[in-house]
Ligand binder design. Structure first.
Ligand code: S3P
Length: 179
């Protein structure tokens, strides 16, 4: 889809929210390539802005600094057109982030059951824990604490444990094009 045709659309962006390990990045990249839109990763922008990897940033400066930089990069990029935004799992925690992200955006909640998320994250092992000392407890506590936010902001929910990437993209694009 060209930028010119995107102009006539109700949605000028697709924003993917959801817990870490739910599958946002894979879907965002595929959607961007299907639409011929630009893929934007908020995590990558944070790393560019701070000059270090997220795990290191959190270790050195703490979560408050991470969240502040996260909000800054969201404010800067959220107004662009023709982009698929791959958000970190915690963007829903700050109201202002969602105030910048929601307008003109189809917000997709990418979900998966916590036990599947645990299996995936255990293998990757590069995400800093949010507040608990062990990965399972960290996922369970934060997943359920954030559920109301994901429910509130997600205009559609997709479950990556139930459907393939191709099926999910088809579903999202149908919704996007019918708007
Ligand atoms: C976070 C999720 C991460 C990253 C950071 C914080 C969170 O992104 O932004 O570690 O608060 O859930 P992913 O959801 O892409 O893993």
């Amino acid at each position: 889809m060209t930028l010119a045709s995107a102009k006539n659309q109700r949605y000028q962006r697709i924003t993917l929210i959801g817990f870490r390990g739910a599958g946002k990045t894979t879907l965002a990249k595929r959607l961007a390539s299907l639409l011929n839109w630009r893929y934007i990763s908020i995590d990558q922008l944070i790393e560019q802005e701070s000059g270090i990897a997220i795990a290191e940033l959190v270790k050195q400066k703490g979560w408050d600094t991470f969240r502040r930089i996260e909000s800054e990069v969201i404010e800067k990029s959220a107004g662009e057109r023709g982009i698929v935004i791959d958000c970190g799992g915690g963007v829903v925690e700050r109201k202002e982030n969602m105030r910048w992200l929601v307008p003109k955006s189809l917000v997709v909640w990418v979900d998966a059951p916590p036990e599947i998320i645990y299996r995936r994250l255990k293998e990757i092992g590069d995400r800093p824990l949010l507040n608990q000392k062990d990965l399972k407890a960290d996922i369970v506590e934060n997943y359920f604490r954030r559920l109301p936010f994901y429910r509130r902001y997600g205009m559609i929910r997709v479950d990556t444990a139930e459907q393939s990437v191709a099926e999910i993209c088809e579903h999202i694009l149908k919704k996007f094009k019918s708007a």
